[in-house]
Design a protein. Sequence first.
Length: 149
Amino acid sequence: MAKELLTKVNPSNTLISFSTIIDAITQAIKQSNVKVVYNYPGRPATALADNIKKVFPEIDVQDYLTNEFVAAAKGFGSSVAGCERSLVIFKDVGVNVACDHFYCMNHIGTNRGLVFFISDDPSAWHSQNEEDSRGIYFNAGLPILEPYD
């Protein structure tokens, strides 16, 4: 499965390979016409925002927001208002801060594409605690996609 995600065939039938999954996700973000990225910094999630800024500077990356709640509010607000497709990036412990939006989102709905890229941190290499945030999305009734090899 991961091999299919890291390689794709473009219209000229030549194979394109990505060196990392972050590169593949960055390309997918560009192809899905995301206009703005809201990011609260924290490893390992910030690697994606850094790569977007480096590879596609035309995408507006709003980095160093006040906290995860603000990042989620800005993404949710721009989506509900129908402004633009947006991506919100933060790590697992930020889900606790921003969970109010997750529980409201299913009832209000969105008018534009909105994706939350949440990086859980197994073994707590970059976080103060190890957390599995999938339960919050399940309880909120939101769809979840997770990587699988």
